[in-house]
Design a protein around this ligand. Structure first.
Ligand SMILES: [Zn+2]
Length: 704
C-alpha cells in the first residue's frame, strides 16, 4: 500500500478566477462563463499570502489602515476545491486571483523565452559614484494599495499596486456606490505583471527617447493580456456558440476584445481601433495607415500597435477556420438558422485558443530581438519576424506574412528598410554587418572618391580579397573569445552585483565562455552568473581583434573628437556597457529548441538641448560632468550569439552609433517638442531613473 507521501508532487495548481471581472460575472446571460479554473505552476513552498518564489502578495490597505488575513492555498480545503470561489467580498479571493493571474503571465514568458524570469534589479549609487545592483527575488503585489481609479507597476518599488474605488457610473453594468476592485480584473493583473516582466528584460524601455517607447510598453502589456485571456479553454466557447454565423465577420473576437478594453480600463482608443458598434452590430474597423502619424498620446499610439497585432491574429484565425465553415455549410458558407453544432463550436474555440497561444509566444519571444534602447514599432515588427524565423524557418501557417501585412495596413514600417518582404525585415547576421563595414572602410579610407559598388564592379578580385580578410578577422576575434579560457581576471571593476562567489559552472565548458544557463539553475544564481558573464565579455572587448568587429557591430571604440561620449578608465576609449547577458531559444538542426545567448551592449553620451553648447562640449576634453548634461543619449546593439557554432547569428543595432549627431539631434527634438504628456517624465533630462512612477502617470486616466 502506498502512503500519501509516495505520490509524485503535482505539476500544476488549479485555481479559480473571474474570467473577465466581477461586473461581467454578474451579468445573467454570462453567468455560465463568469469564472474559469486555470492551471499555474506548482510551488512546493508556497506560503500564506500567497508568497512564492516569484511573487509575494501583501494585503495591507493604507487607506483603511487594515491588513487582511493572507490566503493559504496549501490548506487541504483549498487544495481540494481549486482555491476559493470567485468573490468580491472575500479579500482572500482577491489575493488568490492576483497570484494566479500573475503566475500564469510569468509562465507564458518563461515558456516563450526558454528561461526563468527575473525582475529588474534594484539600482543604487554608492559614494564612489558607482552603480550597484541588488537582486529582487519577488515582485510584490498589493491588491488594495490605493483608493484610486488606478493600478500600476512601480519600477522603483518592484511592486504592483492595485486601486479600488466607488463607481459613479450608472451604465447598466455598474451600480453607483458599489466598489470596483482593479485587482479582480484578469486583464489589469496580466497587464501590470507584463510591465514588470518587460522591465526585467529591458529596464531601458522606461526611457522615452522617441514617440514609440512608452506606447510600446502599454501596447505590449495589452497584447499579452489579450492573448493570454483568449488562450484559456472555454472563454471563447460560449461566445462562439452564442453568435454562431457572425464568427466569419470577426464579431466574436471583436466583441471579446471590446469587453477586454472595457474591463481593463484601457479607455476608448483600443475599442475604437478594433471595431465599433453600428446598429447593434459590431463591425471591425478598417486599418488606416495614415493614423499613426497623427497620433502621439502613448495609449492612443499603443492601441494602433495592438490593433496591428490583433489584425495579424485574425488573419490567421480566419484562414485556419475557413474549412470548418465550408464543411459545416456544405460549401455555401451560409449557416442555417438555429444553434450551430457543438462540435463546430468546440473546433472553432480550439483554433482560436491555439492561434492566441501562438501569437502570444511570437510577441513575447520578440523582446529578445529588440534593440537595447529606443524601441520603435517598426523595430518590433523586425524582432517578431526574425525571432519567429529563427524558431520556425518554415512558416507553414503564414504567421509572419500575416504580421507583415497587418502592420503595413496600419502604416507601421521600420525606418530605413527598403522593402516589407520577409527577408529584408530579418535583422542582419554577422556576415551582413562585416560586409557593410568593409564597404564603409573602402569608401572612407581606401578609395576616397570611389564607392564600394564601383570597386566591386571594376576589381571584384581585390574587393572580395579584402572582404575575405575582414571576415577572417571577425572570425579570429570570435574564435578567440570562445576557445580561450576567460582572461585570468575578469574585469572586477566592471562587476556591479553583490560580490559573492559565483556559482560553479554546471557545463563542461571552460569558465568564462558565454554559456546558456540551464533551466535547473536557481534564479539568484542565474542573476549572479549573468553579471560574471558580462564582466568576462567586457574584458574581451578590449582585445584589438574585437575592436575591429566592434565597429562593424555599430559600437564606437575611441572617443575621438566626440568628447561627450562616456569614456572608460582610459579617457581615449569609449566606455562600453554590457547591459545584460541572457539565454534565448532558437531552432536547432534537428528541429529541437537550442539555447543561444543574448548580449546587450550600450554606450552613452552627454546630450545638451542647446546645439551650440553641444558642439562646445563635444570639442572640449573634460568640459562636462554628469551633473551638467541635459539628457543621456544611448546607442548600442543586441547580439544573438550561438555558442556552439561560435558565431553571431543576429546583430540588432540602434539606428545610429553613440557618435551619430543626427540621431542625437532626433532625440533632442523629441525631448523638446514631442514628449506628451509633458509632465509625466519631468526627470527625463538625464536623471530619468530617479523619476518615481512613470506607469502611475500613464495609467491614471485609465477608465476615464
Ligand atoms: Zn500599462
Amino acid at each position: 500500500m502506498a502512503g500519501a507521501q509516495d505520490y509524485p508532487p503535482p505539476n500544476v495548481r488549479r485555481l479559480r478566477i473571474y474570467s473577465f471581472d466581477p461586473a461581467l460575472a454578474a451579468q445573467y446571460d454570462l453567468a455560465g462563463t463568469s469564472g474559469v479554473t486555470i492551471e499555474v505552476p506548482w510551488e512546493d513552498d508556497l506560503k500564506p499570502g500567497p508568497v512564492g518564489e516569484y511573487v509575494e502578495v501583501i494585503d495591507v490597505d493604507p487607506g483603511s489602515n487594515a491588513g487582511y488575513t493572507p490566503v493559504d492555498l496549501n490548506s487541504p480545503a483549498l487544495l481540494a476545491t481549486d482555491g476559493l470561489a470567485p468573490s468580491e467580498s472575500d479579500p482572500r479571493f482577491h489575493q488568490q486571483m492576483c497570484y494566479a493571474v500573475a503566475m500564469k503571465t510569468i509562465e507564458h514568458f518563461e515558456r516563450a523565452l526558454g528561461r526563468k524570469a527575473l525582475w529588474s534589479s534594484h539600482r543604487h549609487q554608492s559614494e564612489d559614484k558607482r552603480y550597484h545592483e541588488n537582486y529582487v527575488p519577488r515582485l510584490r503585489i498589493y491588491p488594495h494599495a490605493l483608493r484610486q481609479q488606478n493600478a500600476f507597476y512601480s519600477p522603483t518599488k518592484k511592486a504592483l499596486l492595485f486601486g479600488y474605488f466607488p463607481t459613479r457610473a450608472k451604465d447598466g453594468r455598474n451600480i453607483p456606490g458599489t466598489t470596483v476592485f482593479t485587482c479582480l480584473s484578469h486583464d489589469i493583473i496580466a497587464h501590470e505583471t507584463t510591465h514588470a516582466l518587460l522591465d526585467g528584460v529591458h529596464p531601458r524601455f522606461n526611457e522615452p527617447v522617441n514617440e514609440d517607447v512608452l506606447a510600446f510598453h502599454e501596447a505590449f502589456a495589452d497584447i499579452v493580456a489579450l492573448f493570454q485571456h483568449f488562450s484559456y479553454p472555454g472563454v471563447l466557447r460560449d461566445q462562439i456558440a452564442r453568435t454562431r454565423g457572425n464568427l466569419a465577420r470577426q464579431s466574436v473576437l471583436g466583441q471579446l476584445a471590446q469587453q477586454f478594453a472595457l474591463a481593463s480600463g484601457r479607455g476608448d482608443a483600443l475599442r475604437s481601433y478594433l471595431g465599433k458598434e453600428e446598429n447593434g452590430e459590431w463591425k471591425p474597423v478598417k486599418p488606416n495607415p495614415a493614423l499613426l502619424d497623427q497620433t502621439s498620446e502613448p495609449h492612443d499610439r499603443g492601441a494602433i500597435l495592438v490593433a496591428a497585432v490583433f489584425g495579424a491574429f485574425t488573419k490567421v484565425y480566419q484562414a485556419r477556420t475557413r474549412d470548418l465553415f465550408r464543411i459545416a455549410t456544405e460549401g455555401t458558407g451560409v449557416l442555417r438558422e438555429g444553434d450551430i453544432h457543438p462540435d463546430l463550436v468546440n473546433r472553432l474555440a480550439e483554433e482560436a485558443q491555439r492561434c492566441s497561444e501562438r501569437a502570444l509566444q511570437m510577441c513575447i519571444r520578440a523582446i529578445d530581438y529588440c534593440p537595447p534602447v529606443g524601441i520603435t514599432f517598426g523595430a518590433y515588427l523586425r524582432a517578431i519576424v526574425t525571432a519567429d524565423y529563427d524558431m520556425y524557418p518554415v512558416d507553414r501557417e503564414n504567421w509572419r506574412l500575416a504580421f507583415i501585412e497587418s502592420f503595413r495596413e496600419w502604416g507601421i514600417s521600420p525606418r530605413g528598410t527598403r522593402s516589407m518582404a520577409e527577408d529584408s525585415l530579418l535583422w542582419p547576421t554577422e556576415k551582413d554587418v562585416v560586409e557593410a563595414r568593409v564597404k564603409v572602410e573602402v569608401a572612407e579610407e581606401r578609395v576616397k572618391e570611389e564607392s564600394a559598388e564601383k570597386w566591386v564592379k571594376e576589381a571584384p578580385g581585390a574587393f572580395y580579397g579584402y572582404m575575405d580578410s575582414a571576415t577572417k578577422r571577425s572570425r579570429v576575434a570570435l574564435t578567440k573569445m570562445f576557445q580561450q579560457a576567460a582572461p585570468a581576471e575578469s574585469d572586477e571593476h566592471y562587476s556591479r552585483k553583490a560580490s559573492r562567489a559565483a556559482p560553479p559552472r554546471p557545463s563542461s565548458k571552460p569558465a568564462g565562455v558565454l554559456t546558456p544557463t540551464p533551466l535547473s539553475m536557481k534564479r539568484f544564481d542565474i542573476w549572479l552568473d549573468a553579471d560574471r558573464q558580462a564582466a568576462t565579455f567586457h574584458s574581451w572587448l578590449l582585445d584589438e581583434d574585437w575592436a575591429w568587429l566592434a565597429r562593424a557591430l555599430g559600437l564606437v571604440v575611441e572617443v575621438g573628437n566626440t568628447k561627450t561620449i562616456s569614456a572608460g578608465r582610459d579617457p581615449n576609449r569609449a566606455a562600453i556597457e554590457i547591459h545584460s547577458v541572457r539565454t534565448a531559444m532558437k531552432r536547432g538542426a534537428l528541429g529541437f529548441p537550442e539555447p543561444h545567448m543574448v548580449v546587450v551592449v550600450t554606450q552613452r553620451r552627454a546630450g545638451f538641448f542647446d546645439k551650440g553648447k553641444q558642439q562646445e562640449m563635444d570639442e572640449t576634453p573634460g568640459a562636462f560632468n554628469e551633473l551638467t548634461l541635459d539628457f543621456k543619449y544611448r546607442a548600442g546593439c543586441t547580439l544573438l550569439i550561438d555558442p556552439e557554432k561560435m558565431e553571431i547569428r543576429r546583430v540588432i543595432r540602434t539606428p545610429g552609433t553613440v557618435a551619430d549627431d543626427d540621431e542625437l539631434d532626433r532625440m533632442r527634438r523629441y525631448l523638446l517638442d514631442g514628449l506628451t504628456p509633458p509632465d509625466a517624465f519631468q526627470g527625463v533630462t538625464g536623471r530619468l531613473a530617479d523619476t518615481a512612477e512613470p506607469f502611475a502617470m500613464l495609467h491614471s486616466h485609465a477608465g476615464e
